[in-house]
Design a protein around this ligand. Structure first.
Ligand SMILES: O=C(O)CCC(=O)C(=O)O
Ligand SMILES: [Fe+2]
Length: 384
């Protein structure tokens, strides 16, 4: 039965107004009447009321249609974009989905338009675009650059940091040991036991952790040799006293968080094994220096296999990091476009240094953040 035209028109007016507010442009400047390779699903976004699941959207498009190059659903946006190999492929999607309720997308009536320009050009609109405050969604400015690690202060990504034989040996080591299950990932702790819920570590007098494995030392020595000149105060190899090994299912992730200031000292390391994955960073502290004060940045880092991510300074104390729970990531391709990458199993090694002291957790001395990010620090600043 055809949908009621009045109902569809009302939905369309509302969605087009939202889009035009988001981009600060009339929709006729965003849409193309002629078919192009690029589509916008005007009312299919990840968040807010009526948000749909990103995996469901990608699966639907990849399974039902030919020639889909990329599907992009950016967090906090009311719309998604699709790029196809040809305008014909895009037209097939539009005529099949437009103005029809879709079973796989919570029966949503999807509104589809051709875009004038490729979505990456939409991404670099002026910084003050965003949602109107009445929708209570903070403005988000997504940035995908070749080396985004360089644009987050204090973040360093060392690619091919461990070798393939080291990667294989670590996997063999951990496979022979027991795991704890946390949502869609499994974890093992060494040195000190990390406590989910409080994001602190457990009292070592009460909870005995397996010792730090000896294979960590040559890896941490390599890190020290390479980076101690660039990172003042980088812990000595033997000072890292907490390791969490995680094994993520392809759809696994980790919620946004800042590793707790009060209990972990200085830099945090994350070494990646097996599948690459995108990690998202957002400045949470209002004291994060960011050139664009009106927009909240969302910076996506591609954690390549065997890389080592070092979080220091603002990236460690003021920005949150997360891995979204989904089975695919959108990444740059060789032609400067984007492509869909399926995730497989990924492992990571998180190294931390615990702030132990005369008592179990030493929160009496100042945090290494030195009060520069007091709003994301759980050590009291300025009260004495
Ligand atoms: O898996 C990763 O690379 C990061 C894990 C993480 O953020 C953490 O353990 O705190
Ligand atoms: Fe973390």
């Amino acid at each position: 039965m055809p949908l009621d035209a009045f109902y569809v028109n009302k939905k369309r007016t509302r969605a087009y107004n939202t889009l035009s507010e988001t981009f600060g442009q009339p929709v006729k400047e965003i849409f193309s009447e002629e078919p192009t390779r690029h589509l916008i699903l005007v009312n299919v976004g990840a968040t807010g009321h009526g948000g749909v699941n990103e995996d469901a959207l990608r699966e639907l498009l990849l399974r039902r249609f030919q020639g889909v190059v990329t599907v992009n659903m950016a967090f906090g946006r009311p719309y998604s974009t699709v790029t196809c190999e040809s305008a014909e492929a895009a037209s097939a999607i539009k005529s099949s989905l437009n103005e029809k309720p879709n079973e796989e997308l919570n029966k949503k009536v999807v509104l589809v338009e051709f875009l004038r320009t490729r979505p990456s050009i939409l991404r670099s609109l002026p910084s003050d675009y965003g949602f109107s405050t009445s929708r209570s969604v903070s403005p988000i400015h997504e940035i995908l650059l070749p080396s985004p690690a360089q644009i987050i202060p204090g973040l360093i990504l060392v690619e091919e940091f461990i070798t393939e034989p080291e990667e294989a040996a670590i996997i063999e080591f951990a496979k022979a040991r027991p795991w704890d299950q946390i949502r869609k990932r499994q974890v093992q702790h060494y040195g000190h036991i990390f406590e989910y819920g409080t994001n602190k570590f457990k009292d070592p007098v009460v909870h005995n952790a397996a010792p730090m494995p000896s294979w960590t030392i040559p890896i941490l020595e390599r890190l020290y040799d390479r980076l101690h000149k660039d990172i003042p105060g980088l812990p000595l190899p033997s000072d890292w006293d907490q390791l969490t090994i995680q094994s993520y299912k392809p759809n696994g992730g980790i919620p946004p968080h800042i590793d707790t200031h009060s209990v972990f000292d200085g830099a945090i390391l994350s070494i990646s094994l097996l599948s690459p994955v995108l990690m998202e960073f957002k400045p949470v502290s209002k004291f994060c220096e960011w050139p664009d004060t009106n927009a909240k940045a969302l910076v996506t880092i591609d954690l390549t296999p065997r890389s080592c991510l070092v979080m220091t300074g603002a990236s460690r104390y003021g920005w949150s990091h997360t891995i979204r729970e989904r089975t695919t990531d959108i990444v740059s391709d060789a032609e400067g476009g984007t492509t869909i990458r399926r995730r497989t199993e990924r492992w990571s090694l998180t190294f931390r240094r615990c702030r132990t002291g005369s008592s179990w957790i030493n929160v009496n001395s100042p945090c290494k953040c030195m009060g520069r990010w007091p709003d994301t620090c759980d050590v009291p600043w300025g009260n004495s």
